[in-house]
Design a binder for this molecule. Structure first.
Ligand code: GDP
Ligand code: IMO
Ligand code: MG
Length: 423
């Protein structure tokens, strides 16, 4: 048995939550391996919308085990709020939600440090979700972090206090005016930790080793997207984890030769939330329409997402880096009604036409070159089979498959679980 991966190929919000929920019926275990509550994964079924931040998107399937791997950073306060929201579903979390002891915790002061760092950057700010992600991963790699397993130690509060005090000194260095009530934040944290401690802690590497030996099927759920990867994304406008396929190995404790299929998920167009370069970004009516029809607002922060045409140069880059074996195209329904659809198929970079992603894709360095496609007027949201897809959409799909060299196996035509077409 191998672990299949599902990963975002763009700047996040591709629809990972929806598809993990759809695929969970084929898996016994669903696992998050990186990121934290900066993620917002939306699931819609039976007229109910759910947004998950830390909990894997398999949680609504009562037979599935959901694992939060060692590569994830957990804010107990946010996790507690997520659990609260799910209360009415009578999910037995003790039996279905397992947490790696090696996962790092986001402390209240990590969030403050995130806010201070962004404030100091001024115009150059990353546009972080301000969930404390960067500072927590900095403490992890700096070997100062606080892990879930530490909560099993007698003196964990001393360790917490020591790290908090260190953070307060760092905050003073930032010289930005943040108003906060530390006692309140700490109390909220301690209360949430008590809830966290009611869940099952595991050694995830051992869990996956045994699960694979016992022939269990496992799906790993990525967060963010490949262009937000700390190494291969649009640095420094990225997140602080490895969002690409390799991150699943280190974030779960699974060897590279145990990775099976890699499902790459992308929107039929592109969105980005936060700062950073975005060559195909639109500032016109077309971009506005995508935002409006696609309801493009961040699931975590509510910020409007920037919208633009599909960037096939960037998509191919992501496909290669992840070794994607199958693709899933989301939100095809949002493009219905556009007379012409465009996709970027090369860049002009330093006066030359290139077909790969260069070191910088800033506006001043690259100009996208577009290929035009015929649009389709049809409403796709009620379609149920691939044979019903309009011809113009099939041509768009065929071009993308040829360009990136990987087949598109799912076309999503609406946010609901049911609006999913298999090919
Ligand atoms: P994730 O972070 O990758 O899980 O994606 P988000 O949940 O942040 O953003 C995807 C948004 O698009 C959510 O609001 C989904 O409900 C919605 N969505 C997903 N698939 C489709 C689709 O095929 N069509 C439309 N119109 N909306 C979709
Ligand atoms: P999901 O899993 C979209 C973006 C932020 C910011 C940058 C760094 O829902 O796809 P961070 O909070 O990590 O310090 O922010 O990354 N970002 C996301 N954008 N979807 C996400 O997650 C994101 N998580 C972080 O907007 O630009
Ligand atoms: Mg999201």
């Amino acid at each position: 048995m191998k672990v299949d991966l599902l990963l975002g190929l763009q700047w996040g919000d591709e629809g990972k939550g929806k598809i993990v929920d759809v695929l969970t019926k084929n898996y016994e275990v669903v696992a998050r391996f990186q990121g934290g509550p900066n993620a917002g994964h939306t699931l819609i079924f039976e007229n109910q919308k759910h947004v998950l931040h830390t909990i894997p998107s398999g949680i609504f399937h009562k037979d599935a085990k959901n694992i939060i791997g060692n590569g994830v950073v957990i804010d107990p306060v946010i996790l507690n709020a997520e659990l609260d929201k799910l209360n009415k579903y009578n999910i037995d979390f003790k039996k279905t939600l397992f947490i790696s002891r090696k996962a790092h915790l986001i402390l209240p002061t990590h969030r403050l440090l995130d806010a201070a760092s962004e404030a100091m950057k001024g115009k150059l700010k990353i546009g972080s979700t301000l969930k404390g992600i960067g500072p927590t991963y900095m403490d992890k790699t700096g070997r100062n972090g606080f892990r879930v397993g530490d909560l099993e130690l007698e003196d964990w509060k001393e360790k917490f206090e020591k790290l908090t005090q260190k953070h307060l000194k760092l905050l003073a260095f930032y010289k930005v005016d943040l108003s906060y009530d530390l006692e309140l934040l700490k109390n909220e944290f301690f209360k949430s930790v008590e809830v966290l401690k009611t869940l099952t802690f595991i050694d995830s590497e051992e869990y996956f080793f045994n699960a694979l030996n016992n022939q269990q099927s496992i799906l790993a759920e990525g967060a963010q997207g490949s262009l937000l990867d700390v190494d291969f994304g649009t640095y420094p406008f990225v997140t602080s984890s490895t969002t690409t396929a390799a991150g699943a190995c280190t974030g779960l404790g699974v060897a590279p030769n145990k990775i099976g299929d890699v499902f790459g998920i992308f929107k039929a167009y592109t969105t980005r939330v936060g700062s950073g370069p975005f060559p195909t970004e639109l500032f016109d009516k077309d971009g506005e329409t995508m935002g409006k029809v696609g309801c493009e607002f961040g699931a975590t922060t509510g910020r409007p997402r920037r919208c633009g045409w599909l960037d096939l140069v960037a998509l191919k880059y992501a496909v290669i880096i992840n070794g994607a074996t199958q693709l899933m195209m989301m939100k095809a329904d949002v493009l219905s009604g556009f007379k012409t659809i465009k996709a970027c198929t090369s860049y002009i970079y330093k006066g030359k036409e290139i077909a790969h992603l260069p070191y910088s894709i800033l506006k001043e360095d690259v100009t996208p070159v577009y290929t035009d496609f015929k649009g389709w007027p049809d409403d796709l949201t009620k379609l149920t089979s691939a044979s019903q897809l309009p011809e113009a959409l099939m041509e768009y799909i065929a071009y993308i498959e040829e360009f990136v060299g990987v087949p598109i196996k799912i076309v999503s035509v609406g946010p609901d679980r049911k609006q999913t077409i298999l090919r």
